[in-house]
Ligand binder design. Structure first.
Ligand code: MGD
Ligand code: MGD
Ligand code: MO
Length: 683
C-alpha cells in the first residue's frame, strides 16, 4: 500500500520546508517539497532529497551500545535500553551524590530544529536533576541580542514579499547554499529588474550571480555601516518623516558619525570610498529595499556591534514602510510559543551555574567544580565547536562519563560511554517554527521507529523514570507537549491550534497583515522607537592587523569557515555522496597569497595558529581577496589527514553580545606540505 504523508524538514535551516513523504508498505521511498506550501513551493534542496540515506543507510545506529575499548576508540558492544538506562541513572545518581548534580552538563543544539525534540522533555529532565545549564550560543547569540536591543524583538521583513524588492543586499549570507528559497525569491526579483548586491569577504555562488559584489575585510562591517550612514546624512537622503515618527537620537547619531568620514570607514573595511557612497545612494533611493542579513557577520568579536549598526540602516531611510523591505536576520521572535510550560524551569532545585557552549573545551578541562558527566544529543561538538583541540582533550578524559544520543556514531559519539539510538524525522512527532518564514508546521511520524531508536522526548521520559522522578511533567506525551507549546495565548497564535495543524499540517501565523510589515508603524522597543544614539563605535576584530599587530605578523591570513553547500553543519558528512560532491576539505586562497607561499591550486596545505592545525587542499582563484582565506566547514575529523578539521584553528573567544561564537575572527598561517595527492585522504 502506498500513501503520501505530510512532514517537515528537521534541519536547523532558514527554509523549514514542508515535505511530502511517499510511504510504501511501511517504508519511506521518496521525499519531495510540498507543492502547496507557499514558501516551499514543491522545492527541496539536494541534501534533503537524499534524506532517506540518513534513515536507511548502513551508518544508522539501531541499538544502544556500551563502550568496551579505550576512550575515543569507537569500540562498543550492543546493549538493551534497560541496561543502558540503568547504567546512566546509576552513574548520574553517584555523581550527583558525590559532586553535586551541577557536575552533570547537557550539551545540545539543533540537530533537529523541532520544538519538541530540541527543547521540551530534555529541559525538564536537566532542570529537575539540577544539572549545569548550557548557554546555547554557538549560532546566533550576538545577532539575536543585537536585534532585541535595536528593534525590541527578533522580527523582520516577510520572506513571502521578498521578490517584490527592487534592491536586495545579501550581507554576510550565502543564500545559494544556506537558504535556497530565499535565493529563488531573490532571483525572481532580479529577473524583474531588481538589483542584487552581496557584501561578503567570500565570493560564493550567490556573490557571483549578484549584480554587484563587495568584499570587505572580515569583521569590519561596523565601519561599512557607519560609512553608509554618514553618506546618507551628509547628503540629506534620510527619511525625515519616518525618523521623526519612529526613532530618536538623530542628533547623537550625527555627532557620532562626524568622527567617521567615509574615507576612514573605507580604509578600515578595505573597500573604496566611492563604493560605499554608491551603496548608500542605492540604499537611500531604491524602494522597496531589503538588507538580507546572514549569521556570518555576527560570528566575530564585534559581531553584536555589527548587527546593531546594520539594523539602523532601514530606520534611517524608512525602508521598513514597504512590504518585503527593511531588514531580515531572524523572524524567531514571531513565534511566541509557551516555552516556560514546555521547559518547566521551576523544576530546578535552586540556582545552578551556567556554561557557555562555546567554551566546552574549557568547561571539560578547567571548570571548578569539574564536569563529571556530559550528555550530548542533537549535536556533534567534536566537529562543530571552536577550539577543537581543547574540546577533544576534554572528551578524551577517562574520568568523564559521557552519553551520546544520535542517529549514528558521530565523531563525538566515538568518545561515548553509552550510545543511545535516536529516531529520524520520519519516525517521531514534532512541531516546527522557522527563523525565516512565518509558518508553523506539524511533522507526523511517517514510519515506525527503526530498530530500537527512540525520540529525544521518550529517552528523557525513560531516564526520568529510571532516576525516580515522579513529577507529572514526565508523564506528558508528545501530543501533550505540542498542545502546551501552542498555549501562550499570544495573538499571533490565535486560531493556530493543534486540531488545525492535524488537518492542515502547516498554518501561517496570525500576523496583523499579510505580508507582515512589522515596523511600519513603530518598533517593539519600550517606547516604540529605534534609538539611533546607540550606534556602536568602531573597534577592530580582536585578531586583525589593527587589533593585534604582533599576532597578525605571525598569522597574516584571516580564515573564514562558513557553511558547506552539501552538508548541514556536520550532518550529511557521514554520507559518501555528499562528501564526493563537496570534494575534499579545501581552503580558498587568493593567487597572491598562494604565490607568496609557493602554493599551487590542488596542493596539500597545512593551516595553523597557536590553537591548532588542520590539513586541506588549496583552491587558488578569485573566491577571496588578498589576506583572506575561506574554508567551508562541517567535514568530519576522519576526512582530514591529521584528524583535525577547521575548528582546530577557531577561537573560543566570545562575541561582544550574548556570549556568541567568533568562528570567523581567526588569524592563521598557511604552508604547503609535501604529501600524497589529496584523493587518498578521504575515508
Ligand atoms: N547547505 C547548508 N545550509 C545551511 C547550513 C549548512 O551548514 N549548510 N547551516 C544552517 C545554519 S545552522 C545556519 S545558522 C544558517 C547560516 O546561514 P548563513 O547566514 O548564510 O551562514 P554562513 O554560511 O555560516 O555564513 C554566511 C556568510 O557570512 C560570511 N562572512 C563571514 N564573516 C563575515 C564578515 O565579517 N562580514 C561579512 N559581510 N560577511 C562575513 C561568510 O563568508 C558566509 O558567506 O544556514 C543553515 N543552512
Ligand atoms: N567553523 C565553524 N563552525 C561552526 C559554524 C561555522 O559557521 N563555522 N556554524 C555553527 C552553527 S551555525 C551551528 S548551528 C553549529 C551546529 O552544530 P550542531 O547543532 O552540533 O549540528 P550538527 O553538526 O549538524 O550535529 C547535529 C547532530 O544531531 C544529530 N541529530 C539529528 N536529529 C536528531 C534527533 O532527533 N535526536 C538526536 N538525539 N540527535 C539528532 C545528527 O545526526 C548530528 O550528529 O555549528 C557551528 N559550528
Ligand atoms: Mo546555526
Amino acid at each position: 500500500m502506498t500513501s503520501h504523508l505530510s512532514a517537515v524538514c528537521p534541519h536547523d535551516c532558514w527554509d523549514a520546508c514542508a515535505l511530502r513523504v511517499e510511504v510504501s508498505d511501511g517504508r519511506a521511498v521518496r521525499i519531495e517539497g510540498d507543492p502547496d506550501h507557499p514558501v516551499t513551493r514543491g522545492v527541496v534542496c539536494a541534501k534533503v532529497r537524499r534524506y532517506l540515506d540518513r534513515v536507511y543507510g548502513p551508518q544508522r545506529l539501531l541499538t544502544p551500545r556500551i563502550r568496551t575499548g579505550p576512550k575515543g576508540a569507537g569500540e562498543f558492544r550492543e546493549a538493551s535500553w534497560e541496561e543502558a538506562l540503568e547504567l546512566i541513572s546509576r552513574r548520574y545518581r553517584r555523581i550527583a551524590a558525590q559532586d553535586g548534580p551541577a557536575a552533570i552538563l547537557p550539551y545540545s543544539y539543533y540537530g533537529t530544529h523541532g520544538v519538541l525534540q530540541s527543547a521540551g522533555m530534555d529541559r525538564r529532565f536537566f532542570h529537575r536533576l539540577g544539572a549545569s545549564r548550557l548557554e546555547r550560543t554557538i549560532c546566533s547569540a550576538a545577532g539575536s541580542q543585537a536585534l532585541n536591543r535595536v528593534l525590541g524583538t527578533r522580527q523582520g521583513a516577510d520572506p513571502e514579499a521578498m521578490a517584490d524588492n527592487r534592491l536586495i543586499v545579501f550581507w554576510g549570507q550565502n543564500p545559494f547554499s544556506t537558504n535556497l528559497h530565499g535565493w529563488l525569491a531573490a532571483r525572481e526579483a532580479q529577473k524583474g529588474g531588481a538589483l542584487l548586491v552581496t557584501i561578503d569577504p567570500y565570493r560564493h555562488a550567490g556573490a557571483r550571480r549578484s549584480d554587484w559584489h563587495l568584499a570587505p575585510l572580515p569583521g569590519t562591517d561596523v565601519a561599512l555601516a557607519l560609512g553608509i550612514m554618514r553618506e546618507i546624512l551628509d547628503r540629506g537622503w534620510e527619511d525625515r518623516d519616518y525618523l521623526a515618527r519612529h526613532t530618536r537620537g538623530r542628533e547623537a547619531l550625527a555627532r557620532h558619525l562626524a568622527a567617521h568620514p567615509v574615507e576612514r570607514c573605507a580604509e578600515r573595511c578595505g573597500l573604496d570610498a566611492a563604493d560605499i557612497r554608491e551603496l548608500a545612494r542605492l540604499w537611500a533611493h531604491t524602494r522597496p529595499a531589503l538588507v538580507r542579513l546572514g549569521y556570518g557577520v555576527q560570528r566575530h568579536t564585534h559581531g553584536g556591534a555589527a548587527v546593531r549598526a546594520i539594523s539602523l540602516l532601514p530606520a534611517l531611510t524608512g525602508a521598513w514602510r514597504d512590504p518585503g523591505g527593511g531588514l531580515l536576520l531572524s523572524n524567531s521572535g514571531a513565534f511566541p510559543l509557551n516555552t516556560a510550560l514546555l521547559e518547566r524551569p521551576e523544576l530546578a532545585p535552586g540556582p545552578v551555574r551556567s556554561i557557555n557552549m562555546n567554551r566546552l573545551g574549557e568547561a571539560l578541562t578547567q571548570a571548578s567544580p569539574p564536569v563529571r558527566a556530559l550528555h550530548v544529543y542533537n549535536a556533534n561538538p567534536a566537529v562543530v565547536a571552536p577550539h577543537q583541540n581543547l574540546v577533544l582533550a576534554g572528551l578524551s578524559r577517562e574520568d568523564l562519563f559521557m552519553v551520546v544520543h544520535d542517529q549514528w556514531v558521530s565523531d563525538t559519539g566515538r568518545f561515548a560511554d553509552v550510545l543511545l539510538p535516536a529516531t529520524t524525522q520520519l519516525e517521531h512527532l514534532d512541531l516546527h517554527t522557522s527563523y525565516w518564514h512565518l509558518y508553523l508546521g506539524l511533522n507526523q511520524p511517517c514510519i515506525a521507529p527503526r530498530g530500537e531508536a527512540k525520540p529525544n522526548t521518550e529517552a528523557f521520559r525513560l531516564l526520568a523514570r529510571a532516576m525516580g522522578f515522579t513529577e507529572d511533567a514526565f508523564a506528558d506525551s508528545d501530543w501533550d507537549l505540542a498542545e502546551q507549546a501552542l498555549s501562550s495565548g499570544h495573538p499571533f497564535l490565535a486560531g493556530v491550534t493543534l486540531e488545525r495543524l492535524r488537518r492542515e499540517y502547516w498554518v501561517r501565523l496570525n500576523t496583523p497583515q499579510r505580508p507582515h510589515v512589522p515596523f511600519r508603524d513603530g518598533f517593539a522597543t519600550p517606547d516604540g522607537r529605534v534609538d539611533l544614539a546607540q550606534v556602536p563605535d568602531w573597534a577592530p576584530p580582536a585578531e586583525s592587523r589593527e587589533g593585534s599587530p604582533a599576532l597578525h605578523q605571525r598569522y597574516p591570513l584571516h580564515l573564514v569557515t562558513p557553511a558547506a553547500h552539501h552538508f548541514l553543519n556536520s550532518t550529511y558528512g557521514e554520507l559518501p555522496w555528499a562528501r564526493e560532491r563537496e570534494g575534499t576539505p579545501h581552503v580558498f586562497l587568493h593567487p597572491a597569497d598562494a604565490a607568496a607561499r609557493g602554493i599551487a591550486d590542488g596542493d596539500a596545505i597545512r593551516i595553523h595558529n597557536d590553537r591548532g592545525a588542520f590539513r586541506a587542499t588549496a583552491r587558488v582563484g578569485d573566491h577571496t581577496r588578498p589576506g583572506v582565506a575561506v574554508s567551508p566547514g562541517g567535514w568530519h575529523l576522519g576526512t582530514h589527514p591529521e584528524g583535525r578539521s577547521c575548528n582546530a584553528t577557531t577561537s573560543d573567544a566570545l562575541a561582544d553580545l550574548g556570549g556568541g561564537a567568533t568562528f570567523h575572527t581567526n588569524l592563521v598561517q598557511v604552508e604547503r606540505v609535501p604529501t600524497k595527492p589529496h584523493g587518498d585522504w578521504v575515508s
